[in-house]
Design a protein around this ligand. Structure first.
Ligand code: GLA
Length: 404
């Protein structure tokens, strides 16, 4: 990996910056026969996401209700005549050259992992890629899934291939698990793939069925990035996955029931077998069981236009993630408390894996500007010096972009 790629000015949209970075890539001494630099680039974008309700349910076969945000990773590509992927990350001004067998670290690991999974079902042509993003990294907005989906979509396109979007999402999910080592569920990749504009995505992680639920014109969404960076591979994320698996094993033994996952556990079953579980595992399972109930309630409330009830579900979800699942942190709690006390806010909760990252707030659309200003003014003192606040519109999932 090198830092000598051509400079990107950080001005413009991710698509414009990715295109400019691709045009500049290779200007300094590459063999021009290796890349067809005159062709129009192929460009894909994929969004970051926030999850309104349904935290840590996905790897338990549960339910979630994410929206994609209008912040994107853009990847511009052109084919090469060899089998290399030469990838320039404009935001870091770094370039990686990846042969098919390479297994790099850092951001390039995501690109290599996606290419490796896609190669299992067909050829992936060599290509020059340039990446630019306005999804903050480490903020719990799933910039990594956005990167995977945009890379996957563009690599399929330059290789003359296509896949149903759910298959691409599953390929990217496998890339994250096998290539990067996070034992995550499908939430992030399905959100970056399948969300629709102005809607939340009701996602059943067991059946992988999904349904768009319009957010309505009255709703606004605020993201409060605590500025505390989270890193899933180093956080307690995989610990939680293992605790759920251990609790499931105990319940299987104690109930003698054929439980496939914690999705099969309801409150009655949990209460009847509470004594078999150690207290920590009991609370983990209670979170999963009650969170699935909250997702259903929030989906129904959203469909009925009852944003107060959606907000209530978000606040209850945060309490459960904080107390039962123990994946919050003081800054996230402060962000949720600040948002919840701001006029016009229906509800708020931490989003993403936790241990840092962002909170999401559902806000009355008419009060959005005022609420954003009030939270931004108070955030440095109440949440932390690096806190950032921004409004977002629910956006569509991964797509190829027309470029002339
Ligand atoms: C991270 C993971 C997701 C999901 C969330 C928590 O974002 O990548 O799979 O588990 O945490 O809901």
């Amino acid at each position: 990996m090198t830092g000598d790629g051509d400079d990107d000015t950080a001005a413009g949209t991710p698509v414009e910056r990715a295109k400019a970075a691709l045009a500049a890539l290779g200007a300094d001494g590459d063999d021009p026969s290796q890349s067809s630099r005159s062709t129009t680039p192929t460009v894909a974008v994929a969004p970051g996401r926030v999850n309104l309700v349904g935290g840590h349910t996905d790897y338990n076969d549960g339910l979630c209700l994410p929206i994609a945000v209008d912040r994107h990773v853009a990847v511009a590509a052109r084919t090469r005549s060899d089998d290399l992927l030469r990838v320039h990350a404009a935001d870091f001004d770094e370039t990686a050259e990846l042969a098919p067998e390479d297994d790099p670290d850092g951001w390039a690991a995501y690109v290599a992992a996606v290419a490796r999974v896609l190669r299992e079902d067909g050829p992936v042509d060599g290509a020059d890629l340039a990446i630019a993003s306005d999804v903050p990294t480490g903020a719990g907005l799933s910039s990594s899934a956005a990167l995977e989906l945009a890379v996957g979509r563009v690599l399929l396109a330059v290789s003359g291939r296509d896949l149903p979007t759910t298959d691409l999402a599953l390929a990217c999910w496998r890339a994250e698990r096998e290539g990067v080592g996070v034992e995550c569920g499908i939430l992030d990749q399905f959100s970056a793939a399948l969300c629709e504009a102005d809607s939340a995505l009701f996602l059943d992680c067991r059946t992988r069925e999904f349904e768009s639920v319009p957010l309505g014109d009255d709703a606004g969404v605020l993201v409060i990035d605590t500025g505390v960076s989270h890193e899933l591979t180093e956080s307690g994320y995989n610990d939680r996955v293992r605790e759920c698996a251990a609790a499931l094993d105990t319940l299987r033994e104690d109930t003698d029931c054929d439980l496939d996952s914690l999705r099969d556990v309801d409150r009655d079953l949990l209460d009847a077998h509470a004594d078999a579980l150690d207290p920590t595992h009991f609370r983990r399972v209670r979170h999963v069981v009650t969170e699935n109930e909250r997702v259903r309630r929030a989906r129904d409330a959203l469909a009925a236009g009852d944003l107060d009830r959606v907000g209530d579900a978000m606040l209850a979800a945060h309490d459960s993630l904080r107390d039962d699942y123990e994946v919050s942190c003081p800054e996230l709690d402060a962000a949720v408390e600040l948002a919840a006390g701001t006029p016009g806010v229906y509800g708020a909760r931490m989003t993403g894996g936790g241990f840092g990252g962002s909170a999401v707030a559902l806000v009355d659309g008419d009060a959005l500007d005022r609420a954003e200003r009030a939270i931004r003014d108070a955030a440095p003192e109440r949440v932390g010096p690096d806190a950032d606040v921004f409004a977002c519109r629910p956006s569509g999932g991964v797509r190829l972009v027309d470029v002339e």
